[in-house]
Design a protein around this ligand. Structure first.
Ligand code: FES
Ligand code: FES
Length: 155
């Protein structure tokens, strides 16, 4: 494959390997950015969510040949030292149970708040519905998003 260049968490990278390699594997195995986790590897669970040019995407079904000139953001680049408002809210609301899905949940929620700083319940529901949590932390995820957005939750 012709060499392509792109950015990951603000760092310029180049790649000339298998064009169909999933971004997920490049992040985890080449860059050792293992905060991006995976489960289904079929685009169905949201665990592997990262941002490309600000859009939440499933890195397990994103091929390297689609990245030329793009900017990838992973959980490691979301907030220095875990200080993104969502990360703080996640701690305050004690969102994670086992934690396995939560990097994907945070990246999905961060893409939502970047576009809709004060999302409605419906907008939260729609944005987050593709991110599966096997521990059922959905109520706390919604609380965390609202806290980060400065929206008062109903008691
Ligand atoms: S691992 Fe990518 S969507 Fe499930
Ligand atoms: S916190 Fe365990 S899968 Fe979501």
């Amino acid at each position: 494959m012709k060499k392509i260049t792109f950015h990951v968490n603000g760092v310029k990278r180049s790649f000339s390997g298998d064009p169909e390699l999933p971004l997920l594997l490049y992040l985890r195995e080449t860059l050792r950015l293992t905060g991006t986790r995976y489960r289904c590897r079929q685009g169905l669970c949201g665990t592997c969510t990262v941002h490309i040019d600000g859009e939440a995407v499933r890195s397990c079904i994103t091929q390297m040949n689609s990245l030329a000139g793009k900017s990838v953001l992973t959980i490691e680049g979301l907030g220095a030292g875990g200080e993104h408002p969502l990360q703080k809210a996640w701690r305050e609301c004690r969102v994670p149970s086992c934690g396995y899905c939560q990097c994907g949940q945070l990246m999905q929620a961060a893409a939502l708040l970047a576009k809709k700083p004060q999302p409605s319940d419906l907008e939260i529901e729609e944005a987050m519905q593709g991110n599966i949590c096997y521990c059922g932390s959905y109520r706390r995820i919604r609380q965390g998003i609202k806290l980060a957005a400065g929206i008062k939750s109903k008691p």
